[in-house]
Design a protein around this ligand. Structure first.
Ligand code: COA
Length: 213
C-alpha cells in the first residue's frame, strides 16, 4: 500500500510524439514482429514467459497478498481483477506490443511473480519496466535478473528508444532493482495520486554501458 502522498511537482514526461519519425517506425515495426504471443526469455534461474488463461488461479493468490501488492492501490479482492490483468497483458501480446512476462523459476512449476512492460495512458509514449515477486523469494537477486533480461530484450530485440520505471520514493527494494538495472532518476512526477521517481534509460545509454563491458 502507498504511504501518505507527498506534494511533488507535476513534470511532464517526454511524449511518444517527440520521438523521431524513424524511432516510431522502428518501434512499431519491430514491436509487432518481436513481441509475439509466445515470447519467452531465459535467465540463469528463471523462465520469463507470456501469460496464459490458466495463470488466473496462481495470480489471484499473488494479487491477494499484501506484500506482493506493496506500493500499489491495494490487494485484489475480486477474481475479476486478476482476470482483467491477464486479459490486458495477453491483449498486448496479441497486438504485438511489449507486454508482461510470468516469472517461473527453472526449478519449479509455479508462477512467482511478473516482470515486463507496462503501457500507461497517463504517460503516453513511454514503456515502463514493472515487476512484483512473491515475498518468499525476495532479496535473492531474482527480479534484478529478470529486469535485466527484460531491459536487454527491450533494447536488443524490440529496439525501443528508451524505457522507464515509475517507483515510489520510499520503495527502496524497487529502487535498488532499477539502479542495478542501470537506470537513473530523471525526475519526479505524480502518478495516480502518488509521487513517483521516473527512472529511465535510453537505448544509447544501454549501448554505451554494453560496449564498455
Ligand atoms: C521490488 C521487488 C520486486 C524486488 O524483488 P527482489 O527479487 O527481492 O529484488 P532483488 O533481490 O533483485 O534486489 C532487491 C534489492 O533491494 C535491497 N533491499 C531490500 N530491502 C531493503 C531495505 N529494507 N533496505 C535497503 N535495501 C533493501 C536488497 O538488499 C537488494 O539490493 P542489493 O542486491 O544491493 O543487496 C520485491 O521487493 C517486490 O515484489 N516488492 C513488492 C512489489 C513492488 O514494490 N514492486 C515494485 C513496484 S515499483
Amino acid at each position: 500500500m502507498y504511504p501518505a502522498a507527498a506534494l511533488v511537482a507535476r513534470i511532464p514526461l517526454r511524449p511518444f510524439a517527440s520521438l523521431t519519425k524513424e524511432s516510431k517506425i522502428i518501434y512499431t515495426a519491430v514491436a509487432a514482429a518481436e513481441a509475439t504471443e509466445h515470447m519467452k526469455l531465459e535467465t540463469e534461474r528463471l523462465i520469463l514467459r507470456s501469460f496464459r488463461d490458466e495463470d488466473v488461479d496462481e495470480m489471484a493468490q499473488l494479487f491477494a497478498n499484501p506484500d506482493f501488492m506493496r506500493f500499489s492501490l491495494g490487494v485484489f479482492t475480486e477474481r475479476k481483477k486478476t482476470v482483467d490483468f491477464i486479459e490486458k497483458v495477453m491483449g498486448w501480446d496479441r497486438a504485438g506490443m511489449p507486454s508482461q512476462f510470468a516469472v517461473v523459476p527453472r526449478a519449479e512449476d509455479a508462477v512467482i511473480g511478473y516482470c515486463g512492460f507496462y503501457h500507461h495512458p497517463e504517460v503516453p509514449g513511454e514503456v515502463e519496466i514493472g515487476y512484483r515477486l512473491h515475498p518468499d523469494y525476495w532479496n535473492r537477486g531474482l527480479i534484478t535478473e529478470a529486469a535485466r533480461a527484460v531491459r536487454d530484450h527491450a533494447f536488443a530485440r524490440l529496439k525501443l528508444p528508451r524505457v522507464i520505471s515509475l517507483i515510489h520514493p520510499e520503495n527502496i527494494p524497487s529502487r535498488r532493482v532499477a539502479e542495478k538495472n542501470g537506470m537513473t532518476i530523471e525526475n519526479q512526477i505524480m502518478f495516480r495520486g502518488f509521487p513517483a521517481l521516473v527512472y529511465a534509460m535510453t537505448r544509447e545509454e544501454w549501448m554505451a554501458k554494453r560496449d564498455a563491458g
